[in-house]
Design a protein around this ligand. Sequence first.
Ligand code: AMP
Ligand code: MG
Length: 345
Amino acid sequence: MKPASRRRASASLLALLGLLVQAQLWGCAREPEDVKESRFLMGTLVTFTISGAPREAALAAIRDAAGEMRRIERAFTIYGDAPNAVKAFNAAAPGAPVPLPDEVSRLLQTALAIARRSDGAFSPALGAPDRLWGFSLPEPPSAPPDMARLRALMRGAKWTNIVHAARSWKRLHPAAQLDFGGIAKGYAIDRAIAVLKRHGIANAIVDAGGDMRIIGNRHGRPWRIGLRHPRRKQATLGWFEAEGDVAIVTSGDYERYFIWHGRRYHHILDPATGLPARRSMSATVVARNATLADGWSTALFVLGEQGLPLVRSLGMQAVLVDAAGHLHRTPDALAPFHPSPEPHS
Ligand code: AMP
Ligand code: MG
C-alpha cells in the first residue's frame, strides 16, 4: 500500500472507531436509570439501589426484599409485644429444652461461633443487660441503669450459658437471654440480597443505615462507598471501591448513645462488664457476607485495635478508629479503601 492510501485507510479506521465509541455512548444513555427506594426497617432507613435493570422489575424485587427483611425483623427481635421464638426462649425456665426454628438455630450457631473466635467480645446472650440499658426501647435512656442490678445480671448473661442439647436449646441461667441485635441486621441484608438475586438482579446495594452489601457494579464501574467519620457527621474517613459480592458493616459509638456527666454511654456492651465498650469509636468490617461483617464489626469494636490481626487472619478487612480517634486498618483484602486526607482530628 502506498503512503497516501495507508493514510486514507487509517483515517477511515479512526472514523469507524469514532462511530463505535459514539454507539457505546448512546448505548450507555439508553441503559435504564438506577432505581432507588427507601423503607424504614429494622429500626433504620434501608435504601435499595438497583442498577442496570428495568424499573418495574427492580421495584418488584425491592418489594419482595423489603418483605423478607420485615419477616426477619419480626422473627429475631426481642422488643415489642408480638410473640416470636426468641422471646419464648428468653421466657422459658432455665434448664428446660426449647426447640428453635431452623433459621433461628442456624443464626445462633453462627453467633456462638463468632463469640468463641472473638474470645467472648461478641455475645448473643446480652438480652438482659441490653434491655436494662434500654438503647433499643422506644424511649431511649439518658442515664446509666442501677449498677448493682447490672452486675447481678452480668453474672449469668454469658454466651457459655446458651447450650445446644438434643435438637433443642437451653439457657443455663435466668439472666442468659438471647439478643441478635449485633448480627440480625447483617443477616437480613444477606437475605434481601438473595431475594434480589432470585429476581435476576445482578447489580445492587442494600444499605441499612450505613451497613450494606453490594453485588455487581454500577454501569461497569465499582460502587463507591463512603465511610462516616465517627465524630464529624458530615465528614468521611474515606471510601471503599466495591465490586462483585461484598459486605461493609460498621459498629459505632455514635449510633445510639447519651452523654452523662460528660461521658458517652452507647449501645455496644463489653460482655466482660456489661458497660459500653471503651476501646473504639467505630469499627468497620468488610467480608463476603453481611452476617459475618455485622457480627465481626461488633466484636472488633469491643476488641479494639488488638482485634485487627484476628479479623485479618479470617480473610476479612477492617478499618478501626480507636478511642483516641486514630485510624488503623488491615490490608485491602476485598475492597480497596481510600482514606480521606485528614481522616481524624
Ligand atoms: P451493632 O450495631 O451491630 O454493633 O450491634 C449492637 C447491638 O447488638 C446492640 O444494640 C445490642 O442489641 C447488641 N449488642 C451489644 N453489645 C454486644 C456485643 N458485645 N456482642 C453482641 N451483641 C451486642
Ligand atoms: Mg454488628
